[in-house]
Design a protein around this ligand. Structure first.
Ligand code: G
Ligand code: MN
Length: 275
């Protein structure tokens, strides 16, 4: 697969928890593409790699390779059924003549993951996140049974216009609007109004990029249901307990804490109490 992209680049994926801010249990995981050059020991920034692939006409291949890799990792694990799995899609993929609808559903089916709850994140980086592309993409994903998230709301192309056109099931507030929110009346007022907006239209609101205990406290006080960020859990491999062959005691795993998230969250609680 390497030669399809960039010499010796080796693809990987990491999983970052999206956490229920009331219970601190994981609501789901966002899949994040990762890449490194084995020979040179270099870690590549995924956004750079996407731009490079776009310039070389291999964006669709890269996008699909990451998604297929993530699906194979999930399939190799025993994951609790109630979790949602958030996949980033670069909407520019739709311009590739090889693009056909149904790849993600077909890959899930081949992996025996028909019941996986999938959320497709359409994001701020996509200059083509316009009404014409959305009119083709969104029904395709809806038909495959996936929910739609507007990623990085408030940044780049993920504008308020996109929000009202797309009417997504989920919106993820961009992390720049969260940074230092505890000490910023404008950011607090904006988030407060978005919580109310989400409630009124029945949209799930996720706050991205929570890094400090003070930010977490402020976001929770506003009644935001779900959060993501380094404080709540870094992108990493799936929890050890889920990997490898199913063991009998894992049959009733539903609702348990993945190890990584539990420790990150208890850190967050301690930090929050100290704040
Ligand atoms: O555009 P999108 O929201 O999909 O970008 C996710 C990126 O943000 C990933 O590269 C992930 O590693 C990074 N990320 C996740 N949580 C945090 C955080 O708390 N702080 C910062 N600075 N980056 C984060
Ligand atoms: Mn995302």
């Amino acid at each position: 697969m390497d030669e399809l992209f960039l010499g010796d680049v080796e693809l990987d994926v990491a999983f970052q928890p999206i956490v229920d801010l009331e219970t601190f249990r994981p609501f789901g995981y966002e899949v994040l593409g990762r890449a490194r050059s084995r020979a040179r020991g270099v870690v590549h920034r995924p956004d750079h790699l996407l731009e490079l692939a776009h310039a070389r006409g291999t964006l669709l291949r890269l996008d699909r390779a990451w998604r297929a890799l993530a699906i194979s990792r999930i399939a190799a694990a025993t994951v609790p059924g109630e979790l949602r799995w958030f996949f980033n899609v670069d909407s520019r993929c739709i311009d590739d003549p090889e693009h056909t609808s149904g790849f993600t559903r077909a890959t899930l089916e081949a992996a025996g993951l028909n019941d996986l709850q999938v959320v497709i994140e359409l994001g701020e980086r996509d200059p083509l996140l316009d009404a014409t592309r959305l009119a083709r993409l969104v029904p395709s994903y809806a038909q495959q049974g996936f929910a739609i998230a507007l990623d990085d709301l408030g940044a780049g192309h993920a504008s308020l216009n996109r929000l009202v056109e797309l009417r997504p099931d989920v919106a993820k507030l961009d992390m720049k609007l969260v940074r230092g929110i505890d000490a910023d009346a404008y950011r607090l007022a904006l988030l407060r109004s978005l919580v109310r907006f989400a409630d009124e239209v029945g949209m799930i609101l996720i706050v991205e990029g929570i890094e400090t205990a003070a930010e977490l406290t402020a976001v929770r006080r506003l009644g935001v249901a779900f959060g993501q960020g380094y404080l709540l859990g870094r992108p990493r491999e799936l929890p050890e307990a889920w990997r490898g062959p199913m063991r009998s005691h894992e049959a009733g795993i539903s609702g348990t804490f993945p190890t990584g998230t539990a420790s990150a969250v208890s850190d967050a609680r301690v930090l929050e109490r100290g704040a």
